[in-house]
Design a protein around this ligand. Structure first.
Ligand code: LMR
Length: 396
């Protein structure tokens, strides 16, 4: 049987990372996968994480399995970080998951179990793994427009028209809480209020991807859209990642939070989520969740984390500015100042698939096929080379 299996295509994001690693050119630049890099191009371990790990190592008594839904402290603290006063916590069913992707997968399996074949609306464009995960679970991804014709700003009217015309009770809608992946284009708080109102009116259940909490404008600011959703929807799912904001990528730590209409509903949902997890990976890994819980539970570690997060956010903002300036200096005709309005790690550069291929083949500059650039991968060292290469790609 295995003889007849055809090869699958490489993943649109991770496949490029593999290709980058194989590339022998010393000047190569990787702006593909959403991983933060510091000024030296490294993905650092945060100090707060190192300190938490030292405490955990000293106090560790067991490597036993966690419960199916993870550490109780992690669930409580993650709920608090994400929702604090927005909703009474007894209405929230929480589960620690292997990364934000794990949270999305558990959410999708859970939804598909009670509503097989239901439709889930995703922005065009969206993170390619969204549709892959939803489809694999047995949901039917549908597309709503997101960007305007300039491919640089939100076309709220087009988005809401589609939701109004085609959305119906029982549909799910996937929304990015902040730092939209791949575009970096987020709705304003007022626009979020409109999205929340209309999706609630249509009886749609939001599935909120919250992978970049703290990478936009701050921990409180990045939650404003979610607050609008919670105000209008008595039920929704949130899939959080701690990969980026804690730099815990390989530790795989995330959370699924299901906001339910009542405490009883939350307890029922929690039991069903556990059933989904048990038949998938049984229980989450221990270490990453323990680190996050240790940091969030300790005032001084939490304050250190917030400072380190602000530093990462600040570096990305400053790289946006420097990139825009460097592009100007190359004499490039395209004005990239639209990047300054975008938030988070990513920007939609407007580069065509042909230009993206050319940059990879001729210059060793790796960008996702959609033209998405990981701004966090730009450093003072690679900035000029990158700007010159992009300028040449646009001119050719
Ligand atoms: C990305 O979009 O690059 C990140 O979310 C990492 C991933 O798994 O794709």
């Amino acid at each position: 049987m295995l003889e007849s299996i055809a090869a699958a295509p490489p993943d649109p994001i991770l496949g490029l990372t593999e290709a980058f690693q194989k590339d022998a050119r010393s000047e190569k630049i990787n702006l593909t996968i959403g991983v933060y890099r510091d000024d030296t191009g490294q993905t650092p371990v945060l100090d707060c994480v190192k300190q938490a790990e030292q405490r955990l190592l000293a106090g560790e008594t067991t490597k036993g399995y966690l419960g199916i839904d993870g550490l109780a402290d992690f669930k409580r603290l993650a709920t608090n970080l994400t929702l604090s006063e927005l909703v009474s916590h007894d209405r929230v069913a929480a589960a620690q998951t292997p990364g934000g992707t794990g949270a999305l997968k558990v959410a999708a399996d859970f939804l598909a179990k009670s509503a097989r074949g239901a439709r889930i609306w995703c922005s065009t464009p969206t993170w390619p793994n969204h549709t892959a995960i939803f489809e694999a679970a047995g949901l039917q991804p549908q597309a709503y427009p997101y960007l305007g014709a300039d491919r640089r700003s939100l076309d709220l009217t087009a988005m809401l028209d589609t939701v109004e015309r085609e959305g119906r009770a029982g549909d799910f809608i996937c929304l990015h809480a902040c730092c939209h992946n791949p575009t970096g284009v987020d709705p304003t708080t007022e626009q979020w209020a409109e999205i929340a109102e209309l999706t609630a009116q249509r009886g749609m259940l939001p599935v909120v991807d919250f992978a970049y909490h703290g990478f936009g404008d701050g921990l409180v600011e990045d939650r404003l859209g979610l607050a609008e959703l919670v105000a209008q929807h008595e039920e929704l799912l949130i899939c959080s990642s701690y990969s980026k904001n804690f730099g815990l990528y390989g530790e795989r730590v995330g959370a699924l939070l299901a906001v339910c209409p009542s405490a009883q509903a939350a307890s029922n949902v929690a039991s069903c989520v556990k059933q989904v997890v048990r038949s998938n990976y049984s229980s989450p890994p221990r270490h990453g969740g323990a680190i996050v819980a240790c940091v969030l539970a300790d005032e001084s570690l939490k304050a250190l984390w917030e400072r380190e997060l602000a530093q990462m956010r600040g570096r990305i903002h400053s790289m946006r500015r420097r990139f825009v300036e460097s592009m100007k200096e190359t004499g490039c005709e395209t004005d990239f100042s639209f990047l300054l309005d975008q938030r988070g790690m990513f920007s939609f550069s407007g580069l065509s698939p042909m230009q993206v291929d050319w940059l990879r083949n001729e210059k060793g500059v790796y960008i996702v096929g959609s033209g998405r650039i990981n701004v966090a991968g730009i450093t003072l060292e690679n900035l000029d080379t990158l700007a010159a290469a992009i300028s040449e790609a646009l001119a050719s």
